[in-house]
Design a protein around this ligand. Structure first.
Ligand code: IPM
Ligand code: MN
Length: 334
């Protein structure tokens, strides 16, 4: 019937509520997609926990998924489900745009940053062990294959979005070998993109400069190893109003999962108070990725209009609206 199938992973805590907003707004905007909801809660099969096969099959079949927050246990000895999904589907590039929202006032109102985070290795490789009592090693794994893949993606992305400048963010002065490898591959890859300018900056310096004034970074695509991207993207989100307002996309060759970066907010779960904007903006990134750009533009405008009006915004943004009232207001603004 001319509709795209998209896997929906509603997630934990506020996940179902914010997913409902996306579904309602998509229905109202006549977006030509059909949701296939799946549960990714790991099951014990033959003594091993793993993501249900139906969920894996769904993402593989549809090649695009939208995902709400999944609760991550701290130090419980098992890998975060978020990371498992990134690994299972080989989602090697994490795209994290960070753009000021018109009408929502922050110290800088012209932020337009583009971050690309390596998404499969680095400190996230999960290789840790006790050497002797009181001495622990966590391995930061940097490979040529994963680095080259994400760097090529970043250069291509820079070209595609019309920001033909790539800056690698690193700490090769200290991690001479691992970040040194990442940086040297960045230089190599840059030769294949003569129309894209390339330079590099130390992570600490980049943090200092970005919080002092992010605007000189608006014309660049920043690309970096996994953990740096995790931290820097939260820092940048702080400049535009927090994780309630920033989308992300985990991109692979075979499939992609778009997700809000924020957590499952168990303290407000089930109360209808959550802000669905980050998941909505992630769903818009998803539509753009699928080439459904007209609907994406229309919904984005309606969201920005609603936020700018400021009458029907959620508590995290200083308003009093419930999740559903905000979604209603976005629908009226379509
Ligand atoms: C993110 C999150 C995840 C990460 C957590 C939930 C595992 O903070 O997407 O940035 O650390 O990558
Ligand atoms: Mn994070």
């Amino acid at each position: 019937d001319g509709k795209y199938m998209v896997t929906l992973i509603e997630g934990d805590g506020i996940g179902p509520e914010i997913s409902q907003s996306v579904k309602d707004i998509f229905t109202a905007a006549d977006v030509p997609i059909k949701w296939e909801s799946v549960d990714v809660t790991p099951r014990l099969i033959d003594g091993k926990t793993s993501i249900p096969q139906e969920a894996i099959d769904s993402v593989t079949r549809n090649s695009v998924a939208l995902k709400g927050p999944l609760a991550t246990p701290i130090g419980k000895g098992h890998v975060s489900l978020n990371l498992t999904l990134r690994r299972t589907f080989n989602l090697f590039a994490n795209v994290r745009p960070c753009k000021s929202i018109a009408g929502y006032k922050t110290p800088y109102n012209n932020v337009d940053l583009s971050l690309i985070r390596e998404n499969t290795e680095g400190e996230y490789s999960g290789i840790e062990h006790v050497v002797v009592d009181g001495v622990v090693q966590s391995i930061k794994l940097i490979t040529r294959a994963a680095s080259e893949r994400v760097l090529r993606f970043a250069f291509q992305y820079a070209q595609d979005i019309g920001k033909p400048k790539v800056r690698a963010v690193h700490k090769a002065t200290i991690m001479k070998m691992s970040d040194g490898l990442f940086l040297s591959i960045a230089r190599e890859v840059s030769k294949d993109f003569p129309n894209v300018e390339f330079d590099a900056e130390l992570l600490d310096n980049a943090c200092l400069k970005i919080v002092s004034d992010p605007t000189p970074y608006n014309d660049k695509v920043l690309v970096m190893p996994n953990l740096y991207g995790d931290i820097l993207s939260d820092m940048c989100a702080g400049l535009i109003g927090g994780l309630g307002l920033t989308p992300s996309g985990n991109i692979g060759d075979e499939c992609s999962i778009f997700e809000a970066v924020h957590g499952s907010a168990p303290d407000i779960a089930g109360k209808g108070l959550a802000n669905p904007t980050a998941l909505l903006l992630s769903s818009i990134m998803m539509l753009q990725h699928m080439g459904v750009t007209q609907h994406a533009d229309r919904i984005r405008e309606a969201i920005f209009k609603t936020l700018a009006e400021g009458r029907t915004i959620t508590g995290d943004l200083g308003g009093k609206a419930k999740t559903a009232e905000y979604a209603e207001a976005v629908i009226k603004n379509l």
